[in-house]
Unconditional design. Structure first.
Ligand SMILES: Cc1ncc(COP(=O)(O)O)c(C=O)c1O
Length: 547
């Protein structure tokens, strides 16, 4: 959720009186009240920014919010998000049956808690946790909380070993690529760990090259986070290479640096689409892995997971005891209460889909991504993701397919990565049409319902603009065909004589959300002991930047 500022209805009415557009819309004095079309007038005069003294009836409240949420984008056409948006009817029923359960109430809901434990076991097995070890894990609100827990465990281990050695333990740092999702930077900033961002290069797919990470590491490094599935382009960072370079480093310097894998998306794609890839607990230096159940785990928003290869990686100071039915349970989470329903829905998927079901969906997503990549590449675009590019025969796994012949539908035939298509206008197109701005394509696609982000690449390659489509289960081949026709029509229209008109339409940012603007805080007002704007770290780009 974004931070949102309190809105004073009176002040808002005053502000609207002078606004060039809003002074014409609605009776100014009613700005702070909900309007509804309902005949019973129940919802008339319901304040928008203070809790109504007397409530309205349930049907009216439903209608009001039902209508308002109809303004949201269509989740099916939301190609920007990694988050899953559809589950079968039986799953929905199960979710509704369990929507009122809090997973933390072990005493009251022991079954939900057992289901949680079985999910952890299944994932430990999927990620090849050592059979003789004691892998351990927990559900989280999403990958962000999972990353915070993974980071905290590494920080604590580093602190304890520094204390034991009588060394400074106040200046921890963590190393990851500048393509990291905001969750990684949040962990570092919220928990006082210095962020060491490894710049990325376009030639490397905008991801961290493990060789470039080594110079950032020193005795204060609590760990390296390797991203399995860059949010920008879907590329996988090389966990095995990072691990072997860290082995070399340890031989040279004695530094023993652990790896946490951010498998927010890849944790539920790589095991099915690229089973030969070495990225999980098979790599001994990997101490923890996070994933989002609500991405390719195929559950609705609100579920992540983090697992450690062994319980010894969790320092006892981080773990809290919950006394339950005479026994003791242990907890390591940021939030206390959490809904049980997403965890039950995760188990529904494990049971209903099984390994083969997940694999079938991953294969379909990868196939559809390749189809889209090829269409874009053969027209006006350069495709930056590489899951449609065949790997050279010598790089192919020794058993590329189960039938003894080369199966071109097998994702292992191609470069590994997420079912994501990242692309930009080709150099040729830009040369022929120097006035066309790539972001216009994003805006014009929105007018057809498609939600596709256009953003700058991470530090190191920030001048490159990237359009990105996440190919999720619900993006069928038919929809992709429609999308291809729409994006090509739009791009061609920008080239022609009508281009200037389209440009004018597209240059007004969509969608406009005046009500949202009213609640947006002013960053200049946030508390800060720094004296001038110059003191604010600059140079951050991509999805998030320091405010
Ligand atoms: C690589 C990566 N890490 C972390 C996250 C944060 O995940 P969540 O939204 O589950 O908190 C994302 C979200 O897109 C991501 O792509």
């Amino acid at each position: 959720m974004s931070l949102s500022r309190h809105v004073d209805a009176e002040a808002l009415i005053e502000k609207c009186k002078n606004h060039p557009h809003r002074k014409h819309s609605s009776a100014g004095s009613r700005k702070g009240l909900h309007q509804t079309w309902r005949r019973d007038e129940d919802a008339a005069n319901v304040p928008k920014y203070t809790i109504p003294r007397t409530g309205i009836n349930s049907k009216a409240a439903y209608q009001l919010l039902h209508d308002e949420t109809a303004l949201d984008g269509n989740p099916l056409l939301n190609l920007a998000s990694f988050v899953h948006t559809w589950m079968p009817e039986d799953a929905n029923k199960l979710i509704m049956e369990n929507i009122n359960k809090n997973i933390v109430d072990l005493d009251e809901y022991p079954a939900a808690s057992l289901i949680h434990n079985r999910c952890v076991s299944m994932m430990a097995d999927l990620w090849k946790a050592p059979k003789d070890g004691k892998a351990i894990g927990t559900a989280t609100a999403g990958s962000s909380e999972a990353i915070m827990l993974g980071g905290l465990a590494m920080k604590k281990r580093w602190q304890e070993s520094r204390k034991a050695a009588g060394k400074d333990h106040y200046h921890p740092n963590i190393v990851f690529g500048s393509n990291a999702q905001v969750a990684l930077e949040k962990f570092a900033r919220y928990f006082d760990v210095e962020t060491r961002l490894v710049p990325v290069k376009e030639t490397n797919g905008f991801i961290m090259d493990p060789h470039d990470a080594i110079p950032f590491i020193d005795e204060n490094t609590i760990g390296v986070i390797v991203i399995l599935g860059s949010t920008y382009t879907g590329h996988y960072e090389d966990v095995a290479l990072m691990s072997s370079l860290l082995d070399d480093l340890q031989e040279r310097t004695g530094l023993d640096i652990p790896i946490h894998v951010d498998g927010a998306s890849g944790g539920f794609i790589a095991p099915f689409a690229h089973p030969s890839l070495k990225w999980n607990f098979e790599v001994p230096r990997v101490v923890s892995i996070n994933t989002s159940g609500h991405k390719f785990g195929l559950v609705y928003a609100g579920l992540g997971w983090v697992l450690w290869r062994d319980e010894s990686y969790l320092h006892r100071d981080l773990v809290f005891e919950l006394h339950y039915l005479g026994s003791v349970e242990y907890s390591f989470t940021l939030n206390f209460s959490k809904p049980a329903a997403p965890i039950i829905a995760q188990m529904y998927n494990f049971l209903n889909l099984g390994f083969d079901g997940y694999k079938k969906i991953a294969f379909k997503d990868m196939r559809n991504s390749r189809m889209l990549s090829r269409a874009l590449e053969s027209t006006y675009f350069t495709v930056l993701s590489n899951i449609h590019r065949p790997v050279s025969p010598e790089k192919r796994p020794s058993t590329p397919n189960r039938k003894g012949h080369i199966d071109e539908d097998d994702p292992e035939f191609y470069e590994a990565g997420l079912p994501v298509v990242a692309f930009r206008l080709s150099d040729e197109f830009k040369k022929e049409n120097p006035n066309v701005q790539q972001e216009w394509i994003q805006t014009l696609l929105r007018t057809k319902g498609w939600i596709v982000p256009n953003y700058n690449a991470p530090i190191g390659a920030e001048t490159v603009e990237i359009l990105r489509v996440v190919v999720r289960e619900t993006l069928s081949e038919d929809l992709i065909e429609r999308f291809i026709v729409d994006i090509l029509t739009i791009t061609e229209s920008l080239q022609g004589k009508d281009g200037a008109i389209f440009a004018a339409i597209a240059s007004t940012k969509l969608p406009t959300q005046p009500d949202h603007d009213d609640a947006r805080p002013e960053s200049a007002n946030f508390g800060d002991i720094r004296e001038s704007a110059e003191a604010v770290p600059s140079g951050q780009t991509g999805f998030s930047r320091q405010c």
